[in-house]
Design a protein around this ligand. Structure first.
Ligand code: 1HN
Length: 349
C-alpha cells in the first residue's frame, strides 16, 4: 500500500474515533487473549505490619467519625480503586469497647470473618449476631446492618464485599440513615434456629439469594475440620476444605461470593493448582507458606502466620504448605463465575 493510501486510511480511522466508532479489527486481538491475564497481582499483608496501624487508627479516628474504622487492602495493581482483586473488596475493621458503628444499608453484599475479640455484635436485618473469633457473619445486599462492642476487648474482623462487581454494573444504592422508628427487631438466635440446625422451617419459605442462616460459628466449622483430619484422606491441593453453604440450596452463601474454611495438617505440602476464581485468604491458626507463580513466571513465597492476609488473583498457579497445623479462611468470586459458565480449575500434580 502506498504511503498516501495508508495515510488516507489512517485519516479515516482517526475520523471514526472522533465520532466514537472504533474499528474492531484494531482491538480484537487484545480482547481475546488465549487465557486469563489478571491485572491484579498476588500480595501478602502481615498482621505484624498492619496491627500497629489499626491501633493508631483506633487512637486517632473515632468509629463514630469514621462510620466504619477500616484499613482496606489495596491490590498494588489497582492504586486508588479500593479493591483487592478485579471483583472483590477486603479490609480489616476494628471496634473498641463501647463503640458502635451506626446502621446503614446498601446494594453491596458483605461477609465478615472475625479475627479477634468476643462479645461484640453485628445487627443484620434487625437481628443481633454475637461474634466469636473465627465466626463468619453475612450481610446480604440491602440488609440494614450496624455493629457494636459492649464487651471489654477490642474486636477486629475481615470485611469482604462485592463492591467492584456492583460498581461495574452501576447498581450502587445506599441509605445511610435507618427509617424513623428504627429497623424492626427480630429476637437473637432466630436465624440460627430456623436455618442453622440442619433442619428448615417446615412451611414453604421463599428462597433468598443469600443464605438466611447469616451466622456460621467457628466452633462448628472448626470441629468439622478437626473430625475430618482425624481419619479422612486430605485433598492433595486444599487439605481438608469445607465451603460455607446456603441451607436452602446447598450452594454458595451469596450470589457473588463463596467462602471456605480449610485445615492444612502439620507437614502438608500441597500440589500446584490454578482456578479462575480470585481468592482472598485470612489465616486463623498456625503457620505455613504459599508459593505463587506470577504471569511473568516469577515465583513469590508468602510465609504466613495467624491473622496474615494474602490474595491470589484468578489463574495464577499456587500451592500451600504448612509447618504447623493451620486453619485458613478464604473467600472468592466463584458463584458469579459459575453462573456465567466461566469457572475452571486445573490441578497440576
Ligand atoms: C461497609 O458498609 C462496612 O458495614 C464495612 O461494616 C466495609 C467497605 C466499603 C463500603 C461499605 C460495614 C465497607 C462498607
Amino acid at each position: 500500500m502506498s504511503g498516501a493510501a495508508a495515510a488516507g486510511l489512517n485519516g479515516w480511522e482517526d475520523g471514526l474515533r472522533a465520532r466514537h466508532l472504533i474499528p474492531l479489527w484494531q482491538v480484537m486481538r487484545g480482547m481475546l487473549p488465549s487465557e486469563p491475564t489478571p491485572p491484579a497481582v498476588a500480595h501478602h499483608w502481615r498482621a505484624a505490619d498492619f496491627n500497629p496501624d489499626l491501633e493508631r487508627a483506633a487512637r486517632e479516628i473515632s468509629a463514630e467519625l469514621a462510620e466504619r474504622r477500616v484499613l482496606l487492602f489495596e491490590n498494588p495493581s489497582y492504586p486508588g480503586e479500593s479493591r483487592i482483586t478485579a471483583t472483590l473488596h477486603a479490609g480489616i475493621q476494628y471496634l473498641l469497647p463501647g463503640e458502635t458503628a451506626a446502621p446503614h444499608r446498601h446494594a453491596q453484599s458483605a461477609l465478615r470473618f472475625i479475627l479477634e475479640g468476643a462479645g461484640a455484635y453485628t445487627e443484620v436485618g434487625g437481628e443481633r449476631f454475637t461474634m466469636a473469633a473465627g465466626d463468619l457473619i453475612l450481610t446480604p445486599a440491602f440488609a440494614w446492618h450496624g455493629h457494636g462492642n459492649p464487651g471489654n476487648a477490642a474486636v477486629a474482623w475481615l470485611d469482604g464485599l462485592d463492591l467492584p462487581i456492583v460498581r461495574l454494573m452501576g447498581t450502587t444504592f445506599a441509605e445511610m440513615k435507618p427509617p424513623v422508628g428504627g429497623v424492626p427487631k427480630t429476637p437473637e438466635g432466630a436465624a440460627m434456629a430456623r436455618f442453622g440446625s440442619g433442619m428448615l422451617p417446615a412451611e414453604p419459605q421463599a428462597i433468598s439469594v443469600a443464605s438466611p442462616r447469616i451466622h456460621y460459628p467457628y466452633v462448628q466449622a472448626r470441629g468439622a475440620l478437626a473430625q475430618l483430619a482425624k481419619g479422612m484422606p486430605a485433598d492433595p491441593v486444599h487439605g481438608y476444605r469445607l465451603a460455607y453453604a446456603h441451607p436452602q440450596t446447598g450452594g454458595p452463601i451469596m450470589p457473588t461470593m463463596a467462602a471456605y474454611l480449610q485445615l492444612l495438617p502439620q507437614g502438608f505440602a500441597g500440589g500446584f493448582y490454578r482456578t479462575t476464581e480470585a481468592l482472598v485468604f485470612s489465616v486463623a491458626e498456625g503457620e505455613g507458606r504459599t508459593t505463587v507463580i506470577g504471569l511473568d513466571g516469577a515465583e513469590k513465597t508468602f510465609t504466613w502466620s495467624r491473622h496474615d492476609h494474602f490474595v491470589i488473583p484468578g489463574w495464577l498457579r499456587f500451592r500451600h504448605e504448612a509447618n504447623r497445623e493451620a486453619v485458613v479462611f478464604s473467600f472468592s468470586d466463584k458463584p458469579l463465575q459459575h453462573t456465567m459458565g466461566l469457572w475452571r480449575e486445573v490441578r497440576e500434580h
